[in-house]
Structure formats: structure tokens, C-alpha cells
Design a protein around this ligand. Sequence first.
Ligand SMILES: Nc1ncnc2c1ncn2[C@@H]1O[C@H](COP(=O)(O)OP(=O)(O)O)[C@@H](O)[C@H]1O
Ligand SMILES: [Mg+2]
Length: 360
Amino acid sequence: MSVALPLPPGSAIGILGGGQLGRMLALAAARLGFDVVVLEREADSPAGRVAVKLIVGDYTDEAALAELAAATSLVTYEFENVPSAAVDWLVTHGIEVAPGARALAVAQDRFEEKTFLNAHGVPTVAFAAANTPDEAVAAVTALGAPALMKTRREGYDGKGQRWIEHAPDAAAAFAELGGVPVIVEAAADFVRELSIIAARGRDGATAVYPLAENHHERGILRRSIAPAQVSQATADQAERIAARVLAGLDYVGVIGIELFEMADGRLLVNEFAPRVHNTGHWTQDGCEVDQFEQHIRAVAGWPLGPTKAIAQVEMLNLLGEEADAWAKYAAEPETRLHLYGKRGARPGRKMGHLNRVKPL
Ligand SMILES: Nc1ncnc2c1ncn2[C@@H]1O[C@H](COP(=O)(O)OP(=O)(O)O)[C@@H](O)[C@H]1O
Ligand SMILES: [Mg+2]
């Protein structure tokens, strides 16, 4: 590692990806005195417009990576589908990348992810991999219908998924998903979806936020309520899960872990994201140090900040044209508005979010 840590204010931090998570990371980094350099494919992006420098290029474009490497010695990322080749190139050229390549590789493949979790004593639904239509049918037969088929790589916001009601339908669903390797998951009969946002520093110190309760519509997060009403046993269980995942990945940074709460109180992990997470946006207005600053602190080798809740928050995503009502929301005294500066409100596109705060 060629970077001296803790990284002093005035240094530059690179971010791979220019979306809203990158934008909010950049704003938090700026508050701590850092400059942010963004590498992103699009010339006009939420993070690009708040960064001191925007490099427009593909993540595997070596000229673009070289420009990033020249501008910063520490790089992080804001989405988990950054090609591993980009991270390998940066590391080979002496750049410190956090979270590390292993966390990225495990999180990029839903089968590897669940295999990793189970190997580290973290429960998930039963699952099987399938690479052919026949294997897909066999997987649903073994797990029982209904089952959920997901592409192993590249899905997000519910994309790349098909429910299978009858095992023979799995062959057609496999083809519909592109004939790519898939994971077939048993249906989780959960009572609630929860998530835990956690962080691990360079020194191995960890911090966890109070749990959030999450509601999805058509595979997209709609709203989070936090801190969620949970028993102490549930909170403890989630913390144990987070500790195992963080240690197992030798992780540095903030991670978002999605959980299914079962009727018997057990928590199963659905998936994790090696980055700041939409279900952690409430921390911006509800916690002492929010997930974005926490991530910057962790990767920069600073001490982690306190995570205690200071307010009760309802976080609502503003999808598509919903963000056009910004003036109405801005007039609500309990509402904190966070807009991403995206042009073009395509249906379902995350344009911003709001945090409605109440005293605890
Ligand atoms: N095995 C499962 N059983 C029941 N519901 C599931 C299962 N897996 C996912 N879901 C539902 O679909 C949503 C999206 O799936 P997820 O695996 O988190 O994909 P994405 O990467 O798109 O967020 C989850 O938040 C949950 O509501
Ligand atoms: Mg998810």
C-alpha cells in the first residue's frame, strides 16, 4: 500500500461510479476537507457535478484509470458492478482500493455471496446454481415451488429475476433471463424486510447502525422506517451477522446487509452490498454520523464515528416524476429533501429521497 493513512484532509479520494451514492459520498468527503475525483461513463452524472474532477471513461479504459491513479492514491466505489479488472488494474498500479477486491467479487455473484454467508455461519434461504434449462428445472424441483430465479450477476432493483410457480416453467424462465448462469432460491416466507448498515475501519473496529424496516414495490425500495421496532434479541442477531460478514471479508468501509425477518424471529440474509446503501439514507438526518461520512472515515483510515439514532425517520424514495413535487416537500418542516440532480425522470428512476424526521 503506497498511501499514508490516515489520509489527511486536502487529499483526493477517487470514486468509481457517478450516481447518487457517489454524489452523497463526495459531499460527505468534501465536508471532511477531501477533494473527490469521479470516474464515470456518462459525461453528465450526479456525482460528476459535485466532484473537483470528472474523468469520463469506461471502468476498464486504461487511459481513464491512469488518469484516476495520477489524481489520487485512494479509490473507493459506489456500485458493486465495477468490473474486477478495474480494481485489479488500480491495485497493480499502487492505488489503495477499499472495500477490497474480495468483497467486490463475492458481492457481484449471488451464488458466491450465499455460499460465503453460509460458510461463515450466516443463514440464508436454501439455494442452488443452474447453468442450463435442465439444471434450472432440477433446482426448482429440489427446492420446491414457488422459487425465485435470479441472474447470478448484474441484477438490481428487482431486475433479472423471475418467480417460478411450477418447476417445468423454469426452463422458459432461464431462457427469458438470457440463458446466463442463475441462482434459484427457495421463497422466503418473511414477516418483514430489515437491513443493517455497518462499517469496519482499517484497524478492524466496527460500528453498526440501528436496523431499518424496508418496504419494496416492484423490486424497488419505496420506504424505510428507522430505527425499526425490533427486540433486543433481533438487534443482537443482526449485529452478530454484520460482525461475521465484515470479519469474513476483511472489510474496510460501509456495507449494507438486507435481512428477512422470519415468523420465528430468525434473520436470514438476502444479500449485501459492498457500499453505502439506499436503506441507510435515513442516517443522514437520523444518526450522529451518517453512512456516507462513515464510509469516507473508514476508507481514509480515520476513526469510525458514532452511529446512535438522534431522530425517528421515515425515508421515502422519490421515483420518476415524484420528485417534481419538490416544492411541496420543501415546505414541510419535518422533511429533509435530498435531490440527485438527475436530468430526465424516467419512470421508476431514483431522483431523490426525503427523510421525514420526528423526535425519538
Ligand atoms: N428468496 C426470496 N424469497 C422471497 N422474496 C425475495 C427473495 N429474494 C428476493 N426477494 C424479494 O425481492 C426483492 C429484491 O431482491 P434482491 O435479491 O434484494 O435483488 P436486488 O439486487 O434487485 O435488490 C427483495 O427485497 C425481496 O422483497
Ligand atoms: Mg436487494
